[in-house]
Design a protein around this ligand. Sequence first.
Ligand code: ATP
Ligand code: MG
Length: 650
Amino acid sequence: MTEERSARSLEEKEMFFPPKEFSSNAVIQNSEIHELGQDRNEFWNEQGKRLDWFKSWDTILEWNYPFAKWYVGGKLNAAYNCLDRHLKGARRNKAALIFEGEQGDRRVFTYQDLLREVSQFANVLKSLEVEKGDRVTIYMPMIPETVIAMLACARIGAAHCVVFGGFSAEALKDRIQDSQSKVVVTTDGSYRRGNSIPLKANVDRALPSVTCINNCVENVIVVKRTGQPVDMIEGRDIWYHEAVENVSIVCPAEAMEADDMLFILYTSGTTGKPKGVVHTVGGYMVGVSTTHEWVFDLKEEDVYWCTADVGWITGHSYLVYGPLSNGATVVMYEGAPDYPEKDRYWKIVEKYRVTILYTAPTAIRTFMKWGESYPSGRDLSSLRLLGSVGEPINPEAWMWYYKHIGREQCPIVDTWWQTETGMIMMTPLPGITPLKPGSCTIPFPGVHIEIVDHAGDPVPKGKSGYLVVREPWPAMLKTVYGDDKRYEDTYWSQFKGLYFTGDEAKWDEDSYFWVTGRVDDVINVSGHRIGTAEVESALADHPFVAEAACVGRTHEVKGQAVFAFVSLKEGIAVNDELVDELKAHVVLKIGSLARPDDIFLSTELPKTRSGKIMRRLLKDIAEGREIGDTSTLADVGVINFLKENIDARR
Ligand code: ATP
Ligand code: MG
């Protein structure tokens, strides 16, 4: 057996402990912290004090099922908490944002710089009559002006609605229409692998088909990024650099009710049509600030890099609001991980001496596929903590990350959460929680998560079931924008009194949680529910496999059978023996029940634009039916290729 092969399947007993020095310096060293969190209201009441409030709250929580109000009566401003309050002390000239462009350009903003830019742009928005409660769509690449625009909205009490810059005009239109934004902020274009991609042109294409109920999209503000030609419409379109010229750099922060809306963000669309999730100022800010400090063990001197695009919730909570509210130094990178070479991430770590890196399993599996020579050629010794989010991380990828990026010195925080939860909900606290590769370990203090059966009763240890949240938590979504009923139906109707996550999970003997996949994706073989993550991990454990996606296909006898799509590591040739070997590997790891009936070897798997595997489309292919909604898919070519090839085999 090769080293890589000695590997693991879900629930291996092996535990990983943080280095002694890490534990003895950790922000959280008290292992009773989870017990303290059991007095939920008291715990979050205490954490509320970490922010600066214009007026303190009267009541910690008003719970009018299923609508929660946190920090009732309190007044605060999110931008003030991310900027102004740091200016009182030593952080005034600390780097808040270190930006690296794909072309290698670099800009650094101190906290003072950032406050100036944000205030100025906030005044621009005000001059366009954007008021408290209005919505502003931000359709931008990963550049500092995106963060500035978000914080400028927050400063004046307008809700931002960030739309990932990789989305099409059509997807943009849906989101502008749903949010009825008054202003759109965009760029001429964005850089991707050396090419410039038009964004303003997409806005121009989207806007005419938006049905406007009142005052929507009166102005478009355009940041000049690539310099590509754009059409500017007289009276509607404004250049950012012209707009901010000679505008006052002073703009008071609006005192917002804790329960006022901070932003709307659409979910990734992995399981269906995206939902417009509404987050509030108070509860959200307390939630992300607390989790960011504790989960990432944040110290004053850290250089923190979250690779997520600001168009996703991870970008909102852990690139902008969490780290900036904590006064961190944040690295922001504009481009692709393989531009100009496949070691770009590791060059950035080396260059800025990044200490904390937060990325996604999809990226880690891609790095594995490319091979370890890329990270090993760079000095990664500054890293002291690694994080993962977005999908279950298979133990194989976990081990690779641990070894080749973390040099076996860095704890890995596998963080489970959702757009809707706003903040990390299950995670290790790196100084005190022993790690198991593939498990997001245990709920964050003050968060009450359970696994229940179909009747809503908790399952015993060792069993799997539906992942639910039993008690409200501060960063929980307020509602689905403009649709309280959809909010109730989607999240609170499956189990009486419980928030339903849509995920399935298993609980082990040590009370560790293992997310086994989406409920919609569970494969039911002869009455046994098999989580997609389990079979996929078993396949990815094979040394030739880069990534795997499994779906259930209707089977006359078994009800469903496993259909697996597998992408191979670079340099591995597709052949029939390998298919049999992979089937046998699954049997070895899990048992014959999970043995795939069919395995299709491919170079790529279909993913959402946030990098998650889209099983529902694979299922359509496996069943030989029409392919469903592909609007959130990163590359339609992949799915078309799979469909053609698999249909041809029928
Ligand atoms: P949609 O709700 O529109 O289908 P989505 O669920 O992909 O999209 P997100 O809010 O971005 O939208 O993703 C949250 C989901 O991602 C979780 O419900 C879970 O399935 C998965 N997830 C996130 N982090 C982890 C993790 N650490 N381990 C396992 N799964 C994770
Ligand atoms: Mg979801």
